[in-house]
Write a protein that binds this ligand. Sequence first.
Ligand SMILES: [Zn+2]
Length: 213
Amino acid sequence: MALQVVLLGPPGCGKGTQGHLLADAAGAAYFSTGKQLRRELESGTALGEEARPFLDAGRYVPDAMALRLALDWLQGVEGGWVLDGFPRTLAQARELDRHLGPAAAALQAVLLEVPTGELESRVGVRRECVQCAWVGTRSEAAEASGSCPACGGALRRRHDDTEDRFRKRLAAYEELTEPAVVHYEGSGRLHRVPGSGSPGQVFALLRDSLRLP
Ligand SMILES: [Zn+2]
């Protein structure tokens, strides 16, 4: 059975890092709503332009836009997948179930739990690579002399990593995404994984929780 995982958690909980580790370990395809939207924005596509006001305001894009982005992507995937940043709302979670049909029973949702105080202290230290999918902290970047440890590319501060944006995203998460968490928990598909600690430590817990070999 191919892996079908939805990653949930507050902003800064490490979904991107864990999503990549998981996709690599399971040979699954990885999708990030945030990354995909930034790509659309930078390429100046119609969808990117539609999304711009929401991204500029540090807000989630509307359900219809997120669904278009994610379901189009899923259409082209053959094996397993890991979704990061989708679904973000209860409506999106229900639409995804509907889209998957009977296969939705095999979907596994992972909630990365990190205390809010720790999330706040993580904000502002994240960096991302302009060339590949690497996301990490300022200190990890410093160890690699300020360039991407994966490919040597240039690094930049994440577009949405300011305190004000973080608070808005946290409020949106609590209001909009927590009902989706309840949806997965109620249907017995939720794994709660502690997201504090090093990426390697968290990934070991995630792996155990999903019973990956
Ligand atoms: Zn890179």
